[in-house]
Design a protein around this ligand. Structure first.
Ligand code: FNR
Length: 184
């Protein structure tokens, strides 16, 4: 049976390396692991005052799209040694109204991406903190820190490195096994 996975990218940039890696992961995933890219760039900043019957349409759209999936793959850059605000906002939007979190118990995995050498390690680990509170069983191993990403992609955003392709493929396979093990 196939598993629908929300693919959430922490960058809003059109030429985003993280988005390119996310799309490569989608292409590499084994049949039966269907990655759906879910957009976060149009989500108004979370404000409990807007949590009414007339809540922002983008919040409703986002919540419905993630709710229709069984797991979540986060692919994120690092901003100032943490996660981008847009990604934190998406986590907050999905976590409410209280008691109706769309993240609840969904298996998760994280791929962090940077043109720098340390592969957005800070973002990868900061993201793990809210995922604990959101009760998302998050894959521990293998870890994925994609560093020096600009050297791994061609101008159209396709991977040029066989080693990275093999690693990302094995990562998606491990995630499929993790979902099978942890999903409710
Ligand atoms: C960055 N960048 C960055 N890179 C990094 O490795 N560690 C960091 O702490 C930061 N901090 C940071 C803050 C802000 C506000 C910006 C805009 C950028 C650089 C970042 O890795 C680079 O812009 C990537 O290209 C962003 O990822 P996308 O958009 O290509 O996916």
């Amino acid at each position: 049976m196939s598993v629908r996975v929300a693919l959430i990218v922490g960058s809003l940039r059109e030429g985003s390396y993280s988005r390119a890696i996310g799309l490569e992961l989608k292409a590499l995933a084994a049949p039966g692991l269907d990655l759906d890219l879910i957009e976060i760039g149009d989500l108004p900043l979370y404000n409990p005052d807007l949590e009414t019957d007339d809540a922002p349409q983008a919040w409703t759209r986002f919540r419905a799209e993630v709710a229709a999936t069984q797991a979540v793959l986060f692919v994120t850059p690092e901003y100032n040694r943490s996660i981008p605000g847009a990604l934190k906002n998406a986590l907050d939007v999905g976590s409410r109204p209280y008691g109706h979190s769309i993240w609840q118990a969904k298996p998760a995995a994280i791929v962090s991406v940077s043109p720098g050498a340390i592969g957005a390690f800070g973002a990868n680990h900061h993201l793990r903190q809210p995922l604990v509170f959101l009760n998302m069983p998050t894959m521990q191993q293998p870890e994925a820190y994609v560093g020096n990403v600009a050297t791994l992609l061609d101008d159209s955003g396709k991977l040029t490195s066989d080693g990275t392709r093999d690693f990302l493929k094995s990562f998606t396979d491990a995630f499929a096994a993790w979902i099978e093990k942890t999903k409710g």
